[in-house]
Design a protein around this ligand. Structure first.
Ligand code: THU
Length: 148
């Protein structure tokens, strides 16, 4: 599929990540929503960690592709990231859910969030722009310090 830029920098980095996210999407386990998602998370030193959504018959236990990818990476000792690409099969871009925004912000910081739609258009957003005024670990520490 041809990829075209609609926002941000279209780079070979993003193209490669999108390719890997598409591959990961093949493993999506989405028998309930039928909405199959793949993700590929790039570390600062160039390693890629992929993920897909994994649904559960108890729907609330479902895990999104983005969190699968970052939990894989963290559990393998990686903590420095630069970008994540997410691929579904929808003519609209698939933005991350609120839970993924919080988890990615906490664990990866202000990375590039690369979205691609089924037409092959690409949109890149900084994670911070997707989660303004975010809660983070600093708030926990602040609270502790102000305790009498
Ligand atoms: N989903 C993801 O994996 N990532 C997103 O960014 C959006 C939603 C999954 C969760 C669920 O399995 C299905 O898509 C429908 O919500």
């Amino acid at each position: 599929m041809k990829l075209t830029r609609t926002q941000g920098n279209m780079s070979s980095r993003d193209e490669n990540l999108i390719r890997q996210a598409r591959k990961a999407r093949r493993y999506a386990h989405a028998p309930y929503s039928k909405f199959r998602v793949g993700a590929a998370l790039l570390s600062r030193n160039g390693e890629v960690f992929t993920g897909c959504n994994v649904e559960n018959s108890s729907y609330g236990l479902t895990m999104c592709a983005e969190r699968t990818a970052i939990f894989k990476a963290i559990s393998m000792g990686e903590h420095n990231f630069q970008a994540i690409a997410v691929v579904a099969s929808d003519p609209d871009f698939t933005p991350p859910c609120g839970a993924c925004r919080q988890v990615l912000w906490d664990l990866a910081g202000n990375i590039d969030f690369v979205m691609v739609n089924s037409k092959g258009d690409i949109r890149v957003k900084k994670l911070k722009s997707l989660l303004p005024y975010a809660f983070n670990e600093k708030h926990l520490h602040r609270k502790k310090r102000s305790k009498k």
